[in-house]
Ligand binder design. Structure first.
Ligand code: GLN
Length: 235
């Protein structure tokens, strides 16, 4: 699908899978009208219409962002421009986090949800699962979700003063983690509306995915972000 875009998209390039996001954005149609900026300074961020925060390590990304003088500008950016957080980026976009680094960790906020860091378990408990995604191109073709020490959405905090939360994708309740301590799994609890089954959600112009679309060869999530979250804000 051709994207009619004249837009500057930043990718926070402190640590993690920022290069993979860049490759995915470059694959989108009409990329010549889309400028991609690897964001390392407040000046880089000021050029952007939208931002992607990659997977990696949320505590490291936050620490490096602080050292770069970016934490304040990022918090301001989130208030007015579209931001997509994948995995560690999703943690940064959450309102609060369970299982934070000792002594706490800094977040940007922007999405009214609490996530449990490493909620699916450790690195060896990484897994992939085919996902149905609401509003994506070729919806009958599942999107392969790559989950690596991913956060689990443990609670939503909808409020009339915030944009509504829209669930974009859920994982089967039978795939919820069984062994880890943060989110105890109950064999009989297979309620498909359980917030823990949410793996992608939108709130206003922001997008949160607990998995890593940038580690696949499928550009449909990147297209979705640009088409659904970014371009409407420029119209
Ligand atoms: N668990 C990591 C964190 O706390 C995120 C892992 C990932 O991005 N793959 O940031």
């Amino acid at each position: 699908m051709a994207l009619i875009a004249n837009v500057t998209i930043g990718i926070l390039a402190m640590q993690g899978a920022f290069a993979e996001h860049q490759v995915m954005l470059q694959k989108l149609s009409l990329k010549s009208r889309m400028v991609i900026v690897l964001v390392r300074t407040p000046e880089d961020l000021a050029r952007c219409d939208a931002l992607i925060i990659p997977g990696g390590e949320s505590t490291t990304i936050a620490l490096l962002a602080r050292l770069a003088g970016l934490l304040g500008p990022l918090r301001e950016f989130v208030k007015s421009k579209p931001v997509w957080g994948t995995c560690a980026g999703a943690i940064l976009l959450a309102q609060s986090v369970e299982g934070a680094k000792k002594g706490g960790q800094e977040l940007l906020g922007g999405i009214s949800a609490t996530v449990a860091r490493n909620g699916w378990g450790s690195q060896i408990e990484s897994f992939e699962a085919p996902l149905e995604v609401e509003g994506m191109r070729d919806p009958e073709r599942p999107f392969q979700g790559v989950f690596i020490r991913a956060p689990v959405v443990v609670a939503l905090h909808p409020s009339p003063s915030d944009p509504p939360i829209q669930i974009v994708s859920r994982i089967s309740a039978s795939l919820l983690p069984r062994t880890q301590t943060l989110v105890p799994y109950d064999e009989d609890d297979t309620d498909p509306r359980d917030p823990r089954t949410i793996v992608a959600l939108r709130q206003g112009r922001h997008l949160l995915t607990s998995f890593h679309p940038e580690l696949t060869k499928d550009d449909r999530f990147h297209e979705y972000f640009v088409r659904e979250c970014v371009l409407p804000t420029l119209a």
